[in-house]
Design a protein around this ligand. Structure first.
Ligand code: HEC
Length: 123
């Protein structure tokens, strides 16, 4: 009888440790992601989720001339993080505003991403 209660105790302690270990493993990657600023992987993700629908490969399916290639960005004064971030925050004509959907950091990151992709000609 004593043995059985001891056994039950050991099992429940083991289960508790397992559960804690699992919670630790499953929550860690997310905290790691949330903590990093200017993470190229997340900026690329933000772009593919929010922007690629219209700007796939740095193009513009609605207004072809207003694409995200370096030449067009320069022509329309969109060759700085500040100007792109401002446009992304507030939107323009058909392009939607993102200030309620993305954090300020995400907008800055995706703007930097657009510039660096333009420099590499979206390759
Ligand atoms: C619904 C389609 C659509 C989506 C989604 C969209 N855009 Fe746009 N984007 C446009 C249109 C249309 C323009 C041209 C706006 C104008 O000047 O009339 C534009 C213009 C731009 C420009 C200026 C390009 C230039 O050559 O002047 C940048 C930079 C830009 N978008 C970045 C983004 C980013 C970053 C996202 C995602 C956060 C995004 N866009 C999402 C449609 C879209």
């Amino acid at each position: 009888m004593i043995l059985l209660t001891q056994f039950k105790k050991i099992i429940s302690v083991a289960l508790l440790i397992l559960t804690l270990a699992f919670v630790e493993i499953s929550s860690n990657p997310q905290t790691a992601l949330a903590d990093t600023t200017t993470n190229p992987a997340t900026a690329a993700e933000v772009f593919s989720v929010n922007c690629a629908g219209c700007h796939i490969n740095g193009g513009n399916i609605i207004r072809r001339g207003k694409n995200l290639k370096q030449k067009a960005l320069k022509r329309y004064g969109m060759d700085s993080i500040a100007n792109i971030a401002n446009l992304v925050s507030n939107g323009k004509n058909i392009m939607p505003a993102y200030k309620d959907r993305l954090s300020e950091q995400q907008i800055l990151d995706v703007s930097a991403y657009v510039l660096s992709q333009a420099e590499n000609d979206w390759k």
